[in-house]
Design a protein around this ligand. Structure first.
Ligand code: F6P
Length: 340
C-alpha cells in the first residue's frame, strides 16, 4: 500500500511523533508513505514529499510539524474537492492519514463520504475532540501555561498585584482548567461558564486580603460582553481569531478600575503551541499514529484512532467530529473548590 499523511489546523507538540509513528508502522509492513505539505492544502494542490524511515529519524521530540500545517478547507468549492480526489488518484494513495482537530477531521469525514480511503488521528492543544480521553498537544501546552503562571506568581507576590494569565482554548476551557487547578489560581474563567464580574472581583479581593496578591487564569474563549479588541478577523473555517480580543488585558483593566488593586496581564498565545512534546504527548501521538495505520491495514476507513481508558481504538469519524468536548460539570466543581 501507499500511505499519505497530513497535519492540518493549528500545530501542537506531538505532531512529528505521530508522523514518525505512521511512517515507521507502515514501513514495518513494507508500505511506503508520502507526506502532504501544509495540511489539506498539500492534497488540494498536489504538494508532497516522500517520507522514508530515514526522513523521520530524530523528529520524535521536535515541536511543530515537518510537514507544515494550514487551516485549509479542501471542500470549500466543488473545484477544490475535485482537485483533492485527483491528487489522491494521481499519487496512487491507498490510505490517507489525516492528523488534526475538528476542522481537519471534518474534512476527512467529507472525503470518506465521497469514497476516499481515509483514517484520522486527533490532535489539538485545546483537548476538545469528542470520543477521545485526551488529545496530544494538550499536556505539553498546559505545562507551558503552568510554567507561565508560576513565574507570574513570583512577580505578583513581589508587587502585591493581581495578575491575569490568558491561555488558549477556542470553545473549551481545558487548558485554563488544567493551569488553574495545577497552579492554584485564585479564580479560573472558562468559556463553559457565564462570566460574573462581581464573583471575580470578590475572589481577587479575598486573595489579596489573605496573602497580598491574586492570580487569575482566563481562557481566551470567555465572553466578557462588550469590550475593545477583535478586528473581526476569521480563519478559513470561519472561526474568530480569539487572541485579538485580549480578554486577559481587559480583565486586568476591569479589576484595577473596580478594586484599585494594581493589575497586570500576560497573553502567552502561540508560545503554548511550540516546543518539545512532554512524555505523555509523545507516547499518545506514537500510539495513535500506529493505530491509524493499523485501522487502514484492517480496512477500517472512515475511523479515527482515539484513547479510551488504557486502550487506543478506532471510532467512526461521525462520532469524533462536529461537537466540541467541553469541560464537564464535575471538573468545574472540583476547580471551584479551590477558588479564593
Ligand atoms: O485550535 C487551537 C488554537 O490554538 C486555539 O486555541 C486558538 O484560538 C487558535 O488555535 C489560534 O490559531 P491560529 O492563530 O494559529 O489561527
Amino acid at each position: 500500500m501507499r500511505f499519505g499523511v497530513l497535519t492540518g489546523g493549528g500545530d501542537c507538540p506531538g505532531l512529528n511523533a505521530a508522523v514518525r509513528a505512521v511512517v515507521l508502522r507502515a514501513a514495518r509492513s513494507g508500505h511506503a508513505t508520502v507526506g502532504f505539505l501544509d495540511g489539506w492544502k498539500g492534497v488540494r494542490d498536489d504538494q508532497s514529499r516522500a517520507l522514508a524511515p530515514a526522513d523521520v529519524a530524530g523528529i520524535l521530540g521536535r515541536g511543530g510539524t515537518i510537514l507544515g500545517s494550514s487551516r485549509t478547507n479542501p471542500f470549500a468549492s466543488p473545484e477544490d474537492a475535485e482537485k483533492v480526489l485527483a491528487t489522491l488518484a494521481r499519487q496512487r494513495i491507498d490510505a490517507l492519514v489525516a492528523i488534526g482537530g475538528d476542522d481537519t477531521l471534518s474534512a476527512a469525514r467529507e472525503l470518506h463520504r465521497r469514497g476516499g480511503r481515509v483514517v484520522g488521528v486527533p490532535k489539538t492543544m485545546d483537548n476538545d475532540v469528542a470520543g477521545t480521553d485526551w488529545t496530544f498537544g494538550f499536556h505539553s501546552a498546559s505545562e507551558v501555561a503552568l510554567d507561565a503562571l508560576e513565574r507570574l506568581r513570583d512577580t505578583a507576590d513581589s508587587h502585591h498585584r493581581a495578575v491575569v494569565l490568558e491561555v488558549m482554548g477556542r470553545h473549551a476551557g481545558w487548558v485554563a482548567l488544567a493551569t488553574g487547578l495545577a497552579g492554584g489560581a485564585d479564580a479560573t474563567l472558562l468559556p463553559e461558564e457565564p462570566y460574573v464580574e462581581a464573583t471575580l472581583l470578590d475572589r481577587v479581593r479575598r486573595a489579596v486580603a489573605a496573602r497580598g496578591y491574586a492570580l487569575v487564569v482566563a481562557s481566551e474563549g470567555i465572553d466578557l460582553g462588550p469590550q475593545r479588541g477583535s478586528t473581526g478577523g476569521r480563519d478559513e473555517f470561519g472561526h474568530e481569531l480569539l487572541g485579538e480580543r485580549e480578554v486577559g488585558a481587559e480583565l486586568a483593566r476591569r479589576i484595577q478600575a473596580a478594586t484599585g488593586i494594581e493589575s497586570r496581564s500576560a497573553q502567552i498565545g502561540h508560545i503554548q503551541r511550540g516546543g518539545a512534546p512532554v512524555l505523555f504527548d509523545r507516547i499518545l501521538a506514537t500510539r495513535l499514529g500506529a493505530c491509524a495505520v493499523d485501522l487502514a491495514l484492517s480496512d477500517h476507513f472512515g475511523e479515527v484512532a482515539v484513547l479510551q481508558g488504557p486502550r487506543v481504538v478506532g471510532i467512526s469519524l461521525d462520532e469524533a467530529v462536529g461537537s466540541s468536548k467541553v469541560v464537564t460539570p464535575d471538573w468545574v466543581d472540583l476547580l471551584h473548590t479551590f477558588d479564593a
